[in-house]
Design a protein around this ligand. Sequence first.
Ligand SMILES: *[C@@H]1O[C@H](CO)[C@@H](O)[C@H](O)[C@H]1NC(C)=O
Ligand SMILES: *[C@@H]1O[C@H](CO)[C@@H](O)[C@H](O)[C@H]1NC(C)=O
Ligand SMILES: *[C@@H]1O[C@H](CO)[C@@H](O)[C@H](O)[C@H]1NC(C)=O
Ligand SMILES: *[C@@H]1O[C@H](CO)[C@@H](O)[C@H](O)[C@H]1NC(C)=O
Ligand SMILES: *[C@@H]1O[C@H](CO)[C@@H](O)[C@H](O)[C@H]1NC(C)=O
Ligand SMILES: *[C@@H]1O[C@H](CO)[C@@H](O)[C@H](O)[C@H]1NC(C)=O
Ligand SMILES: *[C@@H]1O[C@H](CO)[C@@H](O)[C@H](O)[C@H]1NC(C)=O
Ligand SMILES: *[C@@H]1O[C@H](CO)[C@@H](O)[C@H](O)[C@H]1NC(C)=O
Length: 800
Amino acid sequence: MDHWSKSWFLPLFFLIHFSFGSRFSKAADTLYPGQSLSGNQTIVSQGGIFELGFFTPGNISKNFYIGIWYKQIPVRAVVWIANRDHPISETGASELKISEDGNLVLTQSKIQVWSSNVTTTTSSSTVAVLLDTGNLVLRNSSNSSAALWQSFDHPTDTWLPNQKLGLNRITGKNQLVTSWRNLEDPSTGLFSEGIDPKGTDQYFLWRNGTEYWTTGLWNGKIFANIPDMSSGNYLSYVHVSNERENYFTYTFRDTSTISRLVMDVTGQAKILKWIESSQKWLWVCLLPSDPCSVPSLCGAFGSCSLETVPFCSCLEGFKPQSSTDWNLSDWSGGCVRRTPLQCFNSSVNTEKDVFLTISDVHLPTNSQNLEVGTAEECESACLKSCFCTAYSYSSTCLIWNGDLYDLKKLSNGPSNRDSGVLYLRLAASDLPSKHGQTVHRSIMIIIGAVAGSAFCLLAAVALIWKFQSRHPIGLSEEIKGSLVLFRYKNLVKATNNFSEKLGAGSFGTVYKGTLCDSTLVAVKRLGRTGQGEKQFRAEVSTIGQVRHVNLVGLRGFCFEGSERLLVYDYMPNGSLGSQLFQKKSKILDWTTRFQIALGTARGLAYLHGHCRDCIIHCDIKPENILLDSEFSPKVADFGMAKLIGREFSRVLTTMRGTLGYLAPEWISGLAITPKADVYSYGMMLLEIISGRRNAEVSEDGDISFFPLWAASKVKEDKILSLLDYRLEGKANVDELRRACRVAVWCIQGEESHRPTMSLVVQILEGVSEVNMPPIPKQLYSLVENQEDMLSSTATFGGQT
Ligand SMILES: *[C@@H]1O[C@H](CO)[C@@H](O)[C@H](O)[C@H]1NC(C)=O
Ligand SMILES: *[C@@H]1O[C@H](CO)[C@@H](O)[C@H](O)[C@H]1NC(C)=O
Ligand SMILES: *[C@@H]1O[C@H](CO)[C@@H](O)[C@H](O)[C@H]1NC(C)=O
Ligand SMILES: *[C@@H]1O[C@H](CO)[C@@H](O)[C@H](O)[C@H]1NC(C)=O
Ligand SMILES: *[C@@H]1O[C@H](CO)[C@@H](O)[C@H](O)[C@H]1NC(C)=O
Ligand SMILES: *[C@@H]1O[C@H](CO)[C@@H](O)[C@H](O)[C@H]1NC(C)=O
Ligand SMILES: *[C@@H]1O[C@H](CO)[C@@H](O)[C@H](O)[C@H]1NC(C)=O
Ligand SMILES: *[C@@H]1O[C@H](CO)[C@@H](O)[C@H](O)[C@H]1NC(C)=O
């Protein structure tokens, strides 16, 4: 059963070897009977790619292991370990050799520590060979095609290209890659990845045997939950399923890079890629993308947050159970109280236990429901039981007994519906002085506090609304770091009765204004139709919640009677559309254009992925990218934006947005994902590069459609011909090539072929490579339906 015939490897080996240059190592690749490895001796695969020998992991460990690593990469990445659960204490008296029964064995002071345990070997004619794939093969010296044993059948935490990972349907044996216990200890950890042992074509992730994530079923091209894989930048799979086995192998499409898949101590499967220029391993894919979704990652009384490094921290009043493990990224031991609860100590009655308020958290699930009427009763019910560790009250009373798991902090993003306030029981001495026990908040503070929460904010708006219609009161003071509720009459004054118009769109008109502290603002006055109302809500619930240097800042809003106004930071350089397409004396130079493209991509990547809920902008075009005084871009106009929870990867939305930038799946009425924004971004990027509109009607009525022509030029690598002629060829060719290629990837018709915005950022930054994109086929049909496409370029113009 030898899947690893030489011819299979040759192309890959050749490429990898090529990328390393020709530094052949003289070391042998084979261990013969009678030979042994000890101390710092190693064997090196024929092409000098992998090396096998003794090593010590990390910085403080004193244990030794037999492992395989990349010979040429200075940041040692161990891809296989023989004795992960049986470390040896020193290498001097230890040997790796072929034993008399033909097995590969590791001994310390002549005592066997590890063995390949093959029973079919009959003589001492076996040899161990390290191949350029990273596979260590034990075979009959007179028959090189028969592997008696191979390391690829016994993976550690790494799944290498061309290595199969799957199920033997006859023996039922399922190969797993299993994480290290912590960063310094390679022994078998908690997290594993493997194919479905029941025989379906999907991989699962397990924590200590319990499944928590799946790749989704293989459809012949991709796994349902990893659409990015087919974007042309990462992996291509080979699937083999027959009555004997079911497995996949993969290769990287870009065979010149060195990459591997590792089951990480965070419970995420990571696809890592070696970046030669920065001498670093960079991850290109994390599965699942949110480490806080890994069950019990932070252990008891730990709290997970994407915004901290590391993700796990102990709740206040708690400390890591083992600070050594904690520092090495093994958080499974969780946290313990600094001070025991007084409840258990009858001799102390002076200080009762108290509750710490933790807001914006995802509540742990293992709660009990109590039938009590008020928050006070809920609190005292918890205090009465020494086992109660926390409670939460919002119309019903929930209490938790024992350890708390899976607490997630939702500090800086729109929170989702299962967020809440948790009251954590602590000994009084552990209560931080800055926290009060109960806080009564005024309406004004509610506005401030919920600036991080879309759903709550809308509720608050509705609340004030009701309140205000009965008691018209004036609220317009600024609350730091949150949205301001402006009074209509103040905005009339600020805009000098709406005299200086900056732009107009289908939903409203934008005016320049000056606040009393003389800051300039842009005030959007929405139409009084139902659409205006919808846009108002969409803006407040999306851009009102997020802060990013590349997203326009919403300062506040106003609703009085039927007036709906939104107040933004003023952008002195207007829109990218006006800079690119209007006749100006000064045109944007290449550096500025590239920074605008990169900044916009960062803003969108943030919207799509960095906050708890994903926001799809739905209307990316040059008119909606505003430029500040430094020409730094700000994504604006969230009137179309859709907020979708993490659970929903797609959202059905009525067809809106601006044609010409609209993704084909949207035009055909299908549900959309953030990839619709990627498409619009790609179209816009072509316009940034060329300085012209993608679709133009010439004076004699001919319609020209730039993207199709552009895609073919990119394919011929004639990228300079795409550059705005006014720049006279003055551009960084490397940046231009990246931008052109990524733009064409973004406008692929098949959404799974488009990169994510974060990958776009990486490509533009130069940390990810980008392949030659194919010509998007749907563009041909678009060209045939030019009229539909053109009827659309209705734009907002100026600042919207
Ligand atoms: C290996 O160990 C020997 C003896 O301890 C030492 O002389 C030699 O320099 C070492 N070689 C390398 C490459 O570290
Ligand atoms: C070992 O030390 C290096 C340099 O101080 C550090 O970058 C690295 O993260 C450490 N490794 C571990 C596993 O702590
Ligand atoms: C080899 O077999 C021995 C005895 O059956 C067992 O104790 C040991 O764990 C096995 N080693 C491996 C690496 O499977
Ligand atoms: C190795 O192969 C030779 C020739 O095929 C055979 O005679 C011998 O028994 C084999 N040895 C082992 C250990 O399988
Ligand atoms: C080598 O091993 C393969 C697979 O076990 C077998 O098919 C082949 O006949 C063997 N060749 C020799 C020369 O024994
Ligand atoms: C893993 O599972 C075993 C047996 O099911 C259990 O004893 C052990 O405590 C679990 N470990 C962790 C860290 O959950
Ligand atoms: C863990 O890290 C913290 C902060 O870096 C340090 O204070 C502590 O001493 C470390 N603990 C151990 C056991 O290394
Ligand atoms: C009870 O309180 C006393 C006095 O504070 C302290 O010495 C003792 O350790 C406490 N016992 C427990 C079980 O917490």
